[in-house]
Design a protein around this ligand. Structure first.
Ligand SMILES: *[C@@H]1O[C@H](CO)[C@@H](O)[C@H](O)[C@H]1NC(C)=O
Ligand SMILES: *[C@@H]1O[C@H](CO)[C@@H](O)[C@H](O)[C@H]1NC(C)=O
Ligand SMILES: *[C@@H]1O[C@H](CO)[C@@H](O)[C@H](O)[C@H]1NC(C)=O
Ligand SMILES: *[C@@H]1O[C@H](CO)[C@@H](O)[C@H](O)[C@H]1NC(C)=O
Ligand SMILES: *[C@@H]1O[C@H](CO)[C@@H](O)[C@H](O)[C@H]1NC(C)=O
Ligand SMILES: *[C@@H]1O[C@H](CO)[C@@H](O)[C@H](O)[C@H]1NC(C)=O
Ligand SMILES: [Zn+2]
Length: 310
């Protein structure tokens, strides 16, 4: 009993310190974790709406129990295992040698030069693994993990600074102030723009923001969807193309007019948040269409769902 009390008192005394630690950890640059948790969840909430019946059924079967039947629950998972699965860390991004284009053979590798170990290679890898779903001979891969990785990396490849410059680690080493708060450029694109948009436009609610994006997909962007989905690579994916889009957006929006120690505020926010919103929507649509291609052979089936849902 005495020992318990002592431990309790000790813990209470440590509490402020712990809180401080948690807060400062949160403020520190967090490395290359692409869209923050919220971005990944939103991408997957959008994707869920556009799944064909077959794809939705396969996803349900593959999801771990902890997902509560929702794909979006497991979409941040790959970030949570980055330290446990060290080999997976380079799979969240790709870097270019300071140029505004992406070349798979030049840029898709890990630090040891192993080819394919980047976000584009990973999307193709996990797509390929998922094609063995339902094969009579069991896949040697854990397809639950394949699905959770795929859903995450399709989000990542759409975050413009996940295909950024090697030299600044996709903006991680560029220190900026977001309004008053010190952070880095990568984090601004992972989290800050989304958080500010949520606060300014969506009553601080992620669900409200997702609803607005879904609404736009049936309205302002409805003509763009088939273009976003279009992918001539039948069995593979068009991840290469999404990476090229991202480095272009990184050059034209993310890095543009930014330098060390700059303060970013309204001007930057209002000209960049539309890019972020569009990338979230594109990622959702494309994730759904990749899953529909994998699990449902009938593309018409896939297209029918969003129309029926209205
Ligand atoms: C990429 O951009 C650089 C610099 O602008 C250029 O020299 C190079 O040819 C481009 N490479 C590709 C693959 O487009
Ligand atoms: C492909 O997936 C396997 C299983 O998770 C992993 O060991 C391998 O590193 C992955 N390769 C790429 C390029 O993603
Ligand atoms: C597949 O991966 C998930 C998530 O890591 C894990 O919980 C599950 O036990 C794995 N299944 C098998 C059969 O190894
Ligand atoms: C904003 O959210 C609060 C709760 O967080 C709610 O009470 C309020 O009705 C919401 N306002 C609008 C306009 O949706
Ligand atoms: C909806 O789409 C239009 C047209 O592209 C765009 O101007 C607007 O910012 C979008 N709205 C949202 C909430 O994303
Ligand atoms: C940025 O600010 C830090 C101190 O806050 C300073 O040491 C550094 O030289 C500055 N860098 C540039 C490029 O101005
Ligand atoms: Zn990531």
């Amino acid at each position: 009993m005495a020992a318990l009390l002592l431990r309790l008192r000790l813990r209470l005394r440590l509490l402020p310190l712990l809180l401080l630690l948690v807060v400062s950890l949160d403020a520190a640059p967090r490395g290359a974790d692409a869209w923050g948790k919220q971005g990944h969840i939103m991408v997957c909430k959008i994707a869920e709406k556009y799944l064909s019946e077959k794809a939705a059924a396969a996803v349900q079967e593959l999801l771990p129990e902890s997902a509560g039947g929702e794909l979006s629950t497991v979409c941040p998972w790959a970030d949570e295992v980055r330290f446990h699965y060290r080999w997976s860390r380079p799979l969240h991004y790709a870097n270019t040698p300071g140029v505004c284009n992406f070349s798979f053979s030049r840029d898709c590798h890990n630090s040891r030069g192993q080819q394919g170990m980047c976000v584009v290679g990973a999307i193709n890898n996990y797509t390929d693994q998922l094609y063995s779903y339902g094969d009579s001979k069991k896949s040697s891969y854990n397809l639950t993990e394949s699905l959770m990785f795929l859903a995450h990396f399709v989000g990542d490849v759409h975050q413009p600074l996940h295909v950024g410059y090697e030299e600044d680690e996709g903006g991680n080493t560029i220190v900026v102030r977001w309004y008053r708060r010190k952070t880095n450029l990568h984090h601004v694109w992972d989290n800050s723009i989304i958080e500010t948009a949520m606060k300014d436009f969506y009553n601080r609610s992620m669900d409200t923001m997702v609803e607005a994006l879904k609404m736009n997909l049936t309205d302002g962007w409805s003509d763009d969807i088939s273009h976003w989905e279009n992918c001539a690579n039948k069995r593979a994916t068009c991840a290469n193309h999404y990476a090229i889009e991202s480095i272009h957006l990184a050059c034209n929006y993310a890095y543009k007019d930014v330098e060390q120690n700059i303060t970013l505020g309204d001007d930057y926010f209002f000209s960049r948040y539309p890019v972020v919103e569009k990338r979230l929507a594109q990622a959702g649509i494309r994730l759904a269409s990749i899953l529909n291609r994998i699990f449902g052979d009938d593309k018409q089936d896939a297209n029918a769902i969003p129309l029926q849902a209205q």
